[in-house]
Design a protein around this ligand. Sequence first.
Ligand code: ADP
Ligand code: NA
Length: 341
Amino acid sequence: AFKELVFSGVQPTGNLHLGNYLGAIVNFVKLQSRYECIYCVVDMHAITVWQEPAELRKSIREVAAAFIAAGIDPKAHIVFNQSQVPEHAELAWVFNCVARLGWMNRMTQFKEKAGKDRENASLGLYAYPSLMAADILVYRATHVPIGEDQKQHLELTRDIAQKFNNDFKAQIETAGFADGLFFPMAEPVITGPATRVMSLRDGTKKMSKSDPSDYSRINLADDADTIAQKIKKAKTDPEPLPSEEKGLEGRPEADNLVGIYAALAGSTPAQVLSEYGGGQFSTFKGALIDLAVDKLGPVGAEMKRLTSDVTYIDGILADGSARARALASETMRHVKQIVGF
Ligand code: ADP
Ligand code: NA
């Protein structure tokens, strides 16, 4: 049996938003009381698309600050950035040689991110899921809190773990893993009413850091006025809110805002509709603004305070990286023996 361990990551690509917060970071915070957790700023994933180096450095600190501002305890758990632990890249190469081209070709996120000019996408963007598998498995993590959009990548992580365990079964047993299992089948933890937060401008697109419209997302760094403006301008339809959840079908914008309210309030869409159903959208939006400012305001303010203390943040990352590396190098020692290096 594997020791239960949580691993997850967020890319330092700017514009940390409400989707990242509700779909990932809030769950990171919750899991701390039940599991040992490792939370990573995945800077090597970030450079799969062009990043301005000075911006990247700033974003790395911003994501670390967001983790801590949201309530992650970097002493009891591990907060670090990926590039400081070279074992991630080392294991990713081994996984590049385990994973099959056909598996990678099925990844929908690559197709979305590469767009029409696929020939011009970086090789790193294509191999991204293999590095993600290494991030998780270099700690032999068992639980991975993520948003819906990462589900397919986590399935690939399990495929890689399984093929590695099968291909090297004899060597794994010789190395002292009697059951022939070296890597665990990491499970996704996808919970809460906002595992897929949609754009405020288009209810059919997910809220994303790279959307050119700043009004499509609420950034964690937004102040109260900005949050209010964005919710006021959020796209809706002309109907009042339904009183039951099935009335949200075919109304993606309404469904999204109700889901966001429920997630921020720690309730359910049904509960939200029992309070606001039948009423005008403007009333509901007013309540959502108050709630969002109340919940996100303090996180944004604390993030700002922490990012201004560069020495503190860099100290957290250096300490976390050293502790992560001690764990990762132990896994790589076995992997090298198993593979035949
Ligand atoms: P992005 O997709 O915005 O570039 P990342 O790839 O760094 O963000 O994802 C960080 C975490 O946030 C992942 O667990 C991802 O599933 C989650 N996430 C990203 N966007 C959303 C969204 N719109 N709704 C819910 N979760 C999301
Ligand atoms: Na993502």
